[in-house]
Design a protein around this ligand. Structure first.
Ligand SMILES: Cc1cc2nc3c(=O)[nH]c(=O)nc-3n(C[C@H](O)[C@H](O)[C@H](O)COP(=O)(O)OP(=O)(O)OC[C@H]3O[C@@H](n4cnc5c(N)ncnc54)[C@H](O)[C@@H]3O)c2cc1C
Length: 443
């Protein structure tokens, strides 16, 4: 493309991950000429790294119970979810039968199949998918949007369109934004996501008149062994300690600070807020056999996550006695005696009076008393942020007065305040808001 080439289309999609490619294919299927602008060398974003479980809570009540985000935005996911799955099936995307996922239900889809087909569908309708291309600004005319200006190796292109969808996947890739909006310790936290979602959607949307949805320190993440640098994409899953729900988490003073049985994602957020932003995860041989080496969800690979982490240089060890646990904890900079006291108190409570446990332990309330013990220092790693652009249930970007900006839509992790603390599926969030945005845009 030459400098400041101009191109007309019906819809510009900024970001070619789950939300962007779903919206683009949906609109193309209805005859729209779509241009997808992807900053990375290829499309896919975190969706391409994901397990492909398109799942969510089975009812609005259940989603509201697990998360205190905006219930009107929760409803978008619940309402559009069956439509998304029906559309995936109609397009022949290969997928497994429905299965239980966390407290909801979903299907594991072949993500590459979905992404590849989406590109074909966009191109078949006369659109294009451009890669290695940034977006400098969203153009505004007559109170609404008029397209975007992209920047690429050959210069700039003006893409003229009545509708623009922001779908850049959140701001987890920007340490300063993480520190500002989540917690000071989030500046140096692990990134368990694509590397390119750094808040572009937020800044483009705000520059175009949209508003920040308001404070939201939540994010979706997991506990990972440390210090294990993620070297390849598959490391994200390998080093994630999903079975933390069956173990005990102790801070450097040996105190429990969370109901571990809630879920690993919730524990991850609270671990970030502990002194040193880390915790000691302890489990026993029963948990190791029954949970740690068992896939967290049907269809996933069984892995010995402890051994894999230790082999990669993670901080931890195996202990036969409580004294050995104390020794490992001391070596890692935790108060060993206090950690053993914390573990012993937990075991006493689970054996005799679980109702006295503080923080409570709602499930998996068995003592950890079958040696050997597994001890691992864990930290929080982020997959996507919950703060983002102010949007309504039509997936329209709103200005600071709550008025929609004509033709400007948002989907996926860029939508602010759908979730706050809990989480009911990132792929569902992305694809359902993509559907809702396209429905509002007339596709
Ligand atoms: C290891 C892993 C496993 C996961 N497993 C699951 C799972 O099984 N189920 C589930 O529900 N969720 C899962 N997730 C989360 C899920 O992948 C995300 O929630 C989902 O992909 C978010 O969709 P999105 O479209 O908002 O962002 P993404 O899919 O990340 O797409 C955002 C895209 O925008 C692009 N972009 C960024 N900035 C710009 C810019 N300035 N201009 C143009 N493009 C830009 C990015 O390069 C990227 O391609 C997983 C994530 C990871 C990392």
């Amino acid at each position: 493309m030459n400098t400041r080439e101009c191109l007309d289309c019906d819809l510009v999609v900024v970001g070619g991950g789950m939300a962007g490619m779903t919206a683009a294919a949906r609109a193309a299927g209805k005859g729209a000429k779509v241009v997808v602008v992807e900053k990375a060398a290829d499309i896919g974003g975190s969706a391409a790294l994901s397990g492909g479980y398109v799942w969510t809570a089975t009812s609005l009540a259940q989603m509201n119970l697990h998360d205190d985000g905006d219930p009107r935005l929760h409803a978008v996911i619940i309402e559009e979810y069956p439509e998304v799955l029906a559309w995936m099936r109609a397009r022949g995307i290969s997928m497994r039968p429905p299965q239980k996922v966390l407290y909801g239900r979903g299907c594991q889809i072949d993500m590459q199949d979905h992404l590849r087909k989406a590109v074909t569908e966009v191109e078949a309708a006369g659109g294009i998918v451009v890669r290695d291309t940034g977006t400098r600004e969203i153009l505004r005319e007559n109170g609404g949007v008029a397209g975007v200006v992209t920047v690429h190796a050959d210069g700039e292109t003006e893409l003229r369109a009545a509708s623009v969808l922001i779908a850049t996947g959140g701001f987890q890739g920007d340490p300063e934004l993480r520190a500002r909006h989540i917690h000071p310790a989030a500046r140096v936290m692990g990134l368990r996501s694509n590397l390119t979602s750094s808040g572009a959607g937020l800044s483009l949307g705000i520059a175009a008149g949209g508003a920040w949805a308001g404070p939201n320190t939540g994010y979706y993440g997991h506990l990972v062994a440390t210090p294990v640098p993620f070297r390849t994409d598959s490391d994200f899953v390998k080093y994630t300690q999903y079975h933390s729900i069956h173990g005990v988490l102790l801070n450097c003073a040996g105190k429990r600070f969370v109901d571990e049985s809630d879920d690993d994602h919730a524990s991850s957020q609270l671990t970030l807020r502990q002194p040193g932003a880390s915790a000691l995860l302890v489990w026993d041989q029963r948990v190791q056999d029954d949970h740690a080496v068992v896939p967290p969800v049907a269809g996933a690979e069984p892995l010995d996550r402890f051994q894999i982490a230790i082999d990669a240089g993670a901080r931890g060890g195996r202990a036969v006695t409580l004294e050995e646990i104390a020794g490992i904890a001391d070596r890692l900079g935790f108060d060993g005696a206090a950690c053993v006291a914390g573990l012993s108190a937990f075991n006493r409570q689970m054996s005799a009076e679980p109702e006295r446990a503080v923080p409570p332990r709602e499930a998996h309330d068995r003592p950890l008393d079958r040696a050997p013990y597994y001890v691992l220092e864990v930290v929080s790693a982020i997959t996507f942020t919950f703060g983002g652009l102010l949007a309504d249930a039509k997936a329209r970007v709103l200005d600071p007065f709550g008025e929609p900006i004509g033709g400007l839509y948002v989907a996926g992790a860029d939508v602010g305040n759908v979730f706050r603390r809990g989480y009911s599926g990132g792929l569902a969030l992305a694809s359902t808001f993509a559907f809702r945005a396209m429905r509002t845009a007339g596709y």
